[in-house]
Write a protein that binds this ligand. Sequence first.
Ligand code: IPE
Ligand code: IPE
Ligand code: MG
Length: 248
Amino acid sequence: MVEARTEAASEGKIAPLPNHVAIIMDGNGRWAEKRGLPRLLGHRAGTDNMRLIVDALELYKVRFLTLYAFSTENWRRPDLEVSGLLRILAAMIERETMALHEKGVKLGHLGKVTSLSEELQGKIHNAIELTKDNTGMTLNIAFDYGGRDEILEAVKRIIKDKVPPEDITEALFSRYLYTADVPDPDLIIRTGGEMRMSNFLIWQAAYSEFYSTPTLWPDFNEKELKKALVAYSQRERRFGGLKAEGEA
Ligand code: IPE
Ligand code: IPE
Ligand code: MG
């Protein structure tokens, strides 16, 4: 993993590259409204864009990608939009899983499944099972995901497991989250211009670099992605300490 990152870096382009990129894919609705189209067509265009960005990040040898597709608060939207989003997710799993599997991508889901139909739960389960031994990029889709929900679920399971309070460390707590096997995101990109987290990875983002762009998600292409990665490479991450020794 470290080797792959060094190799990309030594190509002389962008270094360091993030190991885990997480994206708040916002702006689908506005993209459609600007064109006088129904919002759902924006969501469809946004879904198509996911493939482009997955492929691009694979070229940069990014090992983990997390895409925020539907929040626990998005159920508040009109029924028609919610049911459309669920249909689009189901269709995306049908359409993309085999191709992702062939590329060695390991699929994961962050969030609750209990509010989803049994059919959709089955599709998610099958896609995860099919790809579980793959060794390429890990692609997590956050769907019916909320950071506060994730934390409460972790607390409930810790209590159920009767974990003694003195054993509750940050490392143990992290293992109870949906992201148990996933390192914290290095870079969080938000499209659509807002400067907020909207309940995304609120525990894991403690020291993530945040990048927001006004570009709407369906328009976020390889060039926009490169800009985000360049911005990341120029950040100085201190994690509360001082500048690394030897740096200017
Ligand atoms: C993001 O796009 C996708 C979801 C939240 C499901 P939006 O639907 O929030 O698009 P805008 O913010 O209204 O443009
Ligand atoms: C965040 O976008 C959630 C996703 C992109 C899935 P929202 O459009 O729901 O966020 P707010 O409501 O503007 O904070
Ligand atoms: Mg939005």
